[in-house]
Design a protein around this ligand. Structure first.
Ligand code: FPP
Ligand code: MG
Length: 325
């Protein structure tokens, strides 16, 4: 078993776990797994051993999340900036990912039984041929599982993700599928790689670094940020408990801030619809005009998003079959 760790919790762990579950527990946890190389150095091991330990910790973390009721985990496995590391380290990490994806496909029956979905997001075109093929296969093979979802950010950066979303919208306008006035925060969000999953309530970074390093910048605007000194391979369930407890202490203000943002966003869209109707009908604009305009805009955007989703799925399907001929 590599991806699914089934280890019994101790009595003390269950007590704390059940106590924390009385309060709000995030449904989506995002993780910046940092400190693998420092861990390896400290253990007098090579860098790749540190990353391999990091993978095992991720699998363990998933089992803790399952027990706590955290249904979505997004992990920063490899940033676009990480390509600047030595060839030996980059190749080693890509081989590790390739090997783990192969193992996952062999364990698929178990993944299905536990309802675990794994999807890989990022600029997959930057990955080596075999790694991206397997990343696509894993994403497709588990896409109907719904009990818990692991999103692996691989060759990922937020700026690239946002740029790709903007390119998709510009193309939509250029091809006449969207109007320039359709562009909104909500639409941009729907064009992100992560659109099908709601934003993380909690972002955790290990190893004492206190920055987001281009990870989920859009999605974490209203998330609770938790930083721990522990190196990623040293993480224990107790560190996770600490993060959840911290989240619970700030939950009230986090929810209020997020709600305020959503209300403002909704108001902005409604005002925009009225402005667009005014541009068409002048001062004679009626509620019927607005209702009709809003319905047409909603349908236009839904068709655009359907098409984008379909194109991304086709891209994955082609990638999954690439190299098979
Ligand atoms: C950051 O620590 C960690 C990484 C850049 C890689 C993380 C990858 C894994 C845990 C494995 C992922 C597995 C799959 C299947 C994709 P660091 O190298 O920056 O360590 P340092 O901060 O001590 O230098
Ligand atoms: Mg680091």
């Amino acid at each position: 078993m590599t991806w699914l760790v089934e280890k019994k919790r101790t009595w003390a762990e269950w007590v704390v776990l059940r106590t924390l579950q009385v309060g709000p527990v995030p449904t989506h946890l995002a993780i910046i797994m940092d400190g693998n190389r420092r861990y390896a150095r400290r253990q007098h091991q090579d860098t790749l051993t540190g990353h391999t330990q990091g993978f095992h910790k991720l699998a363990e973390m998933l089992s803790w999340c399952r027990d706590l009721g955290i249904t979505h985990v997004t992990a920063y496995a490899f940033s676009i900036a990480n390509f600047k590391r030595s060839k030996q380290e980059v190749d080693g990490l890509m081989e590790l990912a390739t090997e783990k994806f192969e193992e996952l496909l062999k364990e698929q029956e178990k993944m299905d039984k536990h309802g675990v979905r794994v999807r890989v997001v990022g600029d997959l075109s930057l990955l080596p041929a075999r790694t991206k093929q397997l990343a696509a296969q894993v994403t497709l093979a588990t896409r109907n599982n719904t009990r818990c979802c692991l999103t692996l950010a691989l060759a990922y950066s937020s700026r690239q993700e946002m740029t790709a979303a903007m390119e998709a919208m510009v193309e939509g306008v250029g091809q006449g599928h969207l109007l320039p006035s359709d562009i909104s925060e909500e639409l941009l969000e729907e064009c992100l790689y992560t659109s099908s999953v709601k934003d993380p309530e909690l972002v955790l970074r290990t190893s004492g670094e206190v920055r987001l390093s281009d990870f989920l910048l859009w999605q974490s605007g209203f998330s609770c940020l938790y930083f721990t000194e522990a190196l990623w391979p040293d993480m224990t369930i107790w560190h996770l408990f600490g993060a959840i407890f911290y989240y619970q202490r700030h939950h009230h203000t986090l929810v209020a801030a997020r709600q305020e943002c959503l209300t403002q966003r909704q108001n902005a869209v409604e005002e925009r619809d009225v402005d667009c109707c005014r541009a068409q009908h002048g001062d004679n604009v009626t509620q019927d005009h607005i209702t009709e305009y809003t319905a047409a805009r909603t349908a236009r955007i839904a068709a655009f998003i359907d098409n984008l989703t379909h194109r991304r799925l086709t891209f994955l399907q082609e990638l999954a079959c690439s190299g098979d001929e």
